[in-house]
Design a binder for this molecule. Structure first.
Ligand code: FES
Length: 173
């Protein structure tokens, strides 16, 4: 199996026995003919261990679960929580769907990118923060909202609150 690393080189990255054992525990939770149901768990395991899910890892998971690779790609591209390339220690998903857009979601995204000196989808030079836009995060009433590391929702993100958040993340890097 090969994978593309952060610097773009291809390296052989086999799934370890320990990883396969974790896959097996997830697969065991489902009937034998439904082992594809473990796809999200397997993707989460790879991401937890490697920080992102390379295309080669998606292919390996597809083979392990007996799924077409495209069915795995559909999962990784649908959910923002799966990183398809290396990301910074902190990942900011900024909602730019309509309700957030109507309350300056795009402005918030542009403000963050300007403050950090990155393009949307990029990572700061020190590897600390990745910024990307996301689909609706399910908290439209709190717009504009963003999600930190796929877990912590931050709401009503005007420029002052964004600057405070960025200062906190940069202090913690
Ligand atoms: S549109 Fe941004 S949270 Fe729903």
């Amino acid at each position: 199996m090969s994978a593309t690393t952060q610097n773009g080189s291809d390296v052989f990255v086999p799934l370890s026995e320990a990883t396969l054992a974790r896959f097996a525990r997830e697969v065991a939770k489902y009937p034998a003919e439904q082992k594809a149901s473990a796809v999200m768990a397997c993707l989460a395991i790879v991401q937890q261990e490697r920080g992102f899910v390379a295309r080669a890892a998606e292919d390996a998971i597809a083979a392990y679960l007996g799924m077409p690779p495209i069915a795995v790609y559909e999962v990784t591209t649908f959910y923002n929580m799966y990183n398809q390339r290396p990301v910074g220690r902190f990942k900011l998903n900024v909602c730019t769907n309509l309700p957030c857009q109507l309350r300056d979601g795009q402005t918030a995204l542009e403000h963050i990118c300007r403050r950090l000196g990155v393009e949307e989808g990029g990572t700061t030079a020190d590897g600390a923060i990745t910024v990307q836009k996301s689909e609706c995060l399910g908290a439209c009433a709190d717009a504009p909202v963003m999600l930190v590391n796929d877990r912590e929702m931050v709401s009503f993100m005007n420029e002052q609150r964004i600057d405070e958040l960025l200062a906190m993340l940069q202090a913690a890097k």
